[in-house]
Design a binder for this molecule. Sequence first.
Ligand SMILES: [Zn+2]
Length: 290
Amino acid sequence: MNEFYDTHAHLDYPEFETDFPEIIERARAAGISRIISIGTDLESSRRAIAMSERFENVFAVAGWHPTNVNEAPKDFRDDLRALANYPKVVALGETGLDYHRLPLTPPLPPNRPLTPALAPKGEREDSPPATGGEVEVYKEKQARLFEQHLEVAAELGLNCVIHQRDAMEDTLKMMERFKGRVRGVFHCFSDGPAAMRRILDLGSIVSYTGIVTFKNAQNIRDSVAATPLGSFMLETDCPYLAPVPYRGKRCEPAYVKEIAGVIAEVKGCTLETLSAETCATAAKFFPKLA
Ligand SMILES: [Zn+2]
């Protein structure tokens, strides 16, 4: 059987609480010999580490997700250093920038008169919308948190798992500053070949999820076709993004097998080659993935 790794899973999420040992067993039976559980805040990182201590084939990545930035401490660096000390913490993250959901305009009150002029005096003003200033403050907070991960990663000789959504330019700019010191894996890569090439030029790599199996994902398959073997890894991002034929259901690490099948087809290579190449890429990117 061909061996593959799930380089990005959220094993600590509540979706897996009820049947966790079975999930690990199904992964093993499907040839998924290593699973990396990714932290999204301090507690989630600690849970990922606890799982890595309990299961031989589970490893952890510790970090604070950009969409949780409002709950993050101002300075997360000491926590990161402490978490990185655990022998099975193979990288820092997931970290990065996410501009997909910026601070929203507060919702309008119900029963709001259609014409503000009809509202009783004193209630004429709508709630003030989020100003450009608030959006900038939020983006700046994400940037500082991202920078802290990269700083500690550079200091400790680790790489970073990068989450990027609607923020490619700023993410690349930040990675550029750490070029030669920290490499990133742009996880759940969903852009076209041009963005992929810019990432590889920075010394970083990408990883592909079950989205590559979706009918409407031809642009991602084009990226896969253009990404050289040795520059990408496989992941589920479970419990999200289950590949076809499980699309819409809970995803789990065993489904890397379905992802690998489609990617081998797109690359025109055998599963043996894809297995050897993606596992070697992961071993190189995550030096502690023994
Ligand atoms: Zn994730």
